[in-house]
Design a protein around this ligand. Structure first.
Ligand code: ADP
Ligand code: MG
Length: 356
């Protein structure tokens, strides 16, 4: 069992900078999720931590030991990839046992561990089958079993659910978290899927273009995004952004959006905000309520009914805007909804940094 520390980790391929000054600390036993859009450097960072790529700057420590230049086998990690890469000519049992047999583990130990892992993953009845006779979900379970059976200090997952059907993806996701809780080893999990990120992580690392944007508990990152990128990346539908400037609203402050529309800000948010300052107002679709005295007028263009929620798409002035409401009763197209904002976010329009 180890904690993992990254100090100023950088990686370039030729002139292309893929990771830039990544600093992070992951507690022993934590479930860490690296999340970001495709191409932002998630897999590269995971591979650097595993030792499959050599970093070009910075250091990596496992349990206080510098492993920056250690070979993967000396880091005691196991990886589960999107492609399962099972040995096709071997049974499930032999696929599970292979890594241990290579390490010259005694036969009885191998058999006992394979049985134990098969039980944990509910694949005991599949042990004598070959991979071609398994469903996608079963193969993925075997791939996880192959990692678990070695009892590594750190588990690494690179988009392990991407090849599964949506229903199965949800089911295996829950199983992965349950296994993590049972095994207690540090897990580092890469995904571009914000639902996986929010639900699995103890600690979320949001990456964009090779740089860490924010690290924190999922809810903390969701509720207090450090910048516009994080704010727009997490949450569904995505946060709305409206341009405006800071204005006085009696004793308090507000964001003025033009044509007399002002969205009040709560006291705690105002420290950095001088009246007149240009800002970008961020509003999650879920953070509005219908209120006849509310400042916003949403011109309804399209209503999506999801069963438990409705998404109302339309315009506020010239800007497009989405609101989400619980229930299944939506407004009609062409209606104008008055809205009050329950949780406004304010960003610097140039840097994107959250202002509070
Ligand atoms: N071996 C490599 N040589 C050159 N460029 C690479 C190599 N591996 C990854 N990259 C580049 O690094 C960037 C990040 O890739 P990757 O870490 O795979 O992103 P992600 O997993 O977030 O989708 C991409 O632009 C990719 O083209
Ligand atoms: Mg990747």
């Amino acid at each position: 069992m180890v904690d993992v520390r990254l100090r100023a980790v950088g990686k370039r391929f030729g002139d292309t900078v893929v990771l830039d000054g990544v600093d992070a600390h992951f507690d022993d036993g934590a479930f860490v999720v690296l999340v970001g859009s495709s191409g932002c450097g998630k897999s590269t960072l995971l591979r650097c931590i595993a030792g499959l790529e050599e970093v070009t700057a910075g250091t990596i420590e496992f349990g206080g030991h510098d492993v920056t230049h250690a070979a993967p086998r000396d880091r005691d990690v196991a990886m589960v990839f999107q492609s399962y890469a099972l040995y096709p000519h071997m049974t499930v049992r032999d696929n599970l046992a292979f890594g241990l047999a290579l390490r010259k583990t005694p036969r009885e130990v191998v058999d006992a561990r394979v049985q134990e892992v098969a039980r944990m993953l509910s694949i005991e009845h599949l042990l004598d089958r070959h991979p071609r006779a398994l469903s996608g979900g079963q193969r993925q379970r075997v791939a996880m079993g192959r990692a678990i059976v070695r009892r590594p200090a750190v588990f690494m997952f690179d988009e392990p659910l991407s090849n599964l059907d949506p229903g199965l993806r949800n089911q295996v996701r829950v199983e992965i978290r349950r296994l993590h809780d049972e095994l207690g080893a540090t897990s580092i999990y890469v995904t571009h899927d914000q639902v996986e990120a929010m639900t699995l992580a103890d600690r979320l690392v949001v990456l964009d273009r090779g740089r860490v944007q924010q690290i924190g508990a999922p809810l903390e990152v969701y509720r207090r995004p450090a910048n516009r990128f994080v704010a727009g990346f997490l949450g569904s539908p995505a946060m709305n952004f409206l341009r405006g400037h800071i204005a006085r609203d009696g004793d308090a402050l507000a964001v003025a959006l033009g044509e007399g529309v002002q969205v009040p800000l709560a006291g705690a948010q105002v420290a950095a905000l001088a009246p007149g300052r240009e800002v970008e107002l961020g509003i999650r679709p879920q953070d509005v309520v219908r209120d006849d005295d509310g400042p916003l007028a949403l011109q309804v263009e399209l209503v999506e009914t999801l069963g438990s929620h409705v998404h109302v798409h339309g315009r506020i002035g010239a800007a497009s805007f989405v609101a989400a409401f619980e229930g299944h009763q939506g407004p009609a197209r062409g209606e104008v909804l008055r809205l009050r904002v329950t949780l406004p976010h304010v960003f610097d329009p140039a840097s994107g940094v959250a202002l509070r």
